[in-house]
Design a protein around this ligand. Sequence first.
Ligand SMILES: [Zn+2]
Length: 683
Amino acid sequence: MSDCSRRSFLKSLGAAAAVSASKMRAFYGVLAETPGSFPISNVFPNCAPLAKNVFYPFSLGAIRPKGWLLEQLRIQAQGLGGHLDEFWPDLSSDSGWLGGPGESWERGPYFLDGLVPLAHLLQDHTLLAKTNKWIDWTLKNQAATGMIGPSKNDDWWPRMVMLKVLTQHHEATGDPRVIPAMRRYFVYQLEELTDRPLRDWGKYRWQDELLSIVWLYNRTADSDLLQLAQLLRQQGYGWKSQFDSFQYTKRTSAKELGLQEGKPLPEIAMQTHGVNNAMALKTSALWWLFSKDSSELGGVERQLTMLDLYHGMPTGMFSADEHYAGKNPSQGVEPCAVVENMFSLECAVAVLGTPALGDRLERIAFNALPGAFTDDMWAHQYDQQPNQIECTLGQRPWTTNGPESNLFGLEPNFGCCTANMHQGWPKFTSHLWMAASNGAIAAIAYAPSELRSQVAGVPVLIEEETMYPFEEEIRLRFRPARPVRFPVALRIPGWAKRPAAYLNGKAIKNVHAGEFTMVTREWKPGDRLQLTFPMKVRTERSYNNSLVVCRGPILFSLDVEPEWKKLRTRGMSADWELRPASAWNYGLLTKGGKFLGQAEKMHPANSEDSIFSRKGAPITLELRGARISEWETTDGVAGELPQSPVTVAGPEEELALVPYAAAKLRITAFPEIARSKKTVEEF
Ligand SMILES: [Zn+2]
């Protein structure tokens, strides 16, 4: 069986998911079971009786962004990410999380969940001062009962977010107030939950609190925390069962979900809700730490398989606008779902050690994440579409979202993403590297960065230099204070054909796509590791047998010329409409199973622009295509995607394809126009 057919075979079998995840554990379990104290600093391994992770994240601050990633974080800080609180009423001094009479639910905590890591990664004193204001208020105003947050809203849910904020703040600062405050809060919650159980959002997002429980347990070993976790599990929604026998295989609708204005969302609407699903992706992995029930080990892969099968998008996300929306690439997904999906993958890959989760993380991070924003990160969309031909005010075939949803703006449709979207890049940065209990340092995802830690008491600096995800090479430089022996685990992407690794210029054996390659040696100052992941243009099949063009982890989309029109100023930001100033209804020409006229064009790096922007993208592709006249605009979206292969089309033209995020108007899933019987094979 070839790799490709094996992959689709595994995909088609839900049961296989559990097998492959437990195999993975059996392989890496060796790392997890090594006895003795943890040999790497800035890492807190799980305390018994919790099961062991395969990898542990480093504390915030151990990994620093460099190169294009540093520039991307700076762009974020110079945009809404660093200024939103200066003009958005929900984050003003009126916020309930600052003691004011205003917004007292999730928006303050959501904003901080991104601002805290951003401020520390950039070591930006202005941003640090902003975060401290909110954290100080929360810590200084804890009630005598132990409750935290605004007294006028006692919902458990926003507190689950604030706990994640406090843990990150503690990792970066060691603030001695955090652990006692968290202990008091959890004691209070354990007493209170029986009478005031989880409801609505908290009931569906309970696993996000597990993270903070694990975090605190690893520092205090308070046995009450294990009891609290059990109670959350009892009261929380059983996500695993939803995907074990998955019922929601079609696009949903407001009617079917029973939505009524002004009423809370019915259970079915909570279960099919995009952000809930994205947060839920980590549930099985985290609950396994407590239950050690081996059936949980396949839960993450099972959820991904079901969502891919029925609602999968080329970006690695699933459609949800605002609920499951099927596979049509004109459907959308919101930034909250993108950043929460990324965070769930970061948590899940730590527990499970499955390299494919790293592949998925990169795919979302390098496409869907920057795709949701303007290049300067001053505006975002609520719903981004893989095939996005206009972003205008008007009704769209969303499942339940409103007419503003695909505008680029301050808070199109709803302000949750305005507050929550800031965690995407900072948390991606702080999960690039992880540690294993045998002393291995693991590369989970790749981007220019540096890691500072200690292995067996020896200070170690690892520098990573690359223009990946565009460049095929990644260069690692080891700078231990003195020679020290430890393994390095390198994730080799599943898409890489003939990947290679070189240690001080000498090829390493057994480098296989879709696995971690281990290199164990005594590392000396100046040692170099070079990874080469050849990025041949490849294709994947999507909705109606359409073609998706990929190179490495990047998707390439038709660059439809956008005409920007400011709709209105929104404080320091603005809302924008985009209309197409060039044709979009193209298919890609193939002959004898190959693209016609394929060429790669390299562009000089321009360090001031995001590498995901139109100006800053270092690579574009040229392919030949032709217009398909019957493929027309319907309700502001590309009409039904013609079934491939298509035979009738207009004259041949040269098409420019740019990285997905650079094309704010785009076609990503293309009809294939086959000039012969043989069609392009999926790689
Ligand atoms: Zn949102």
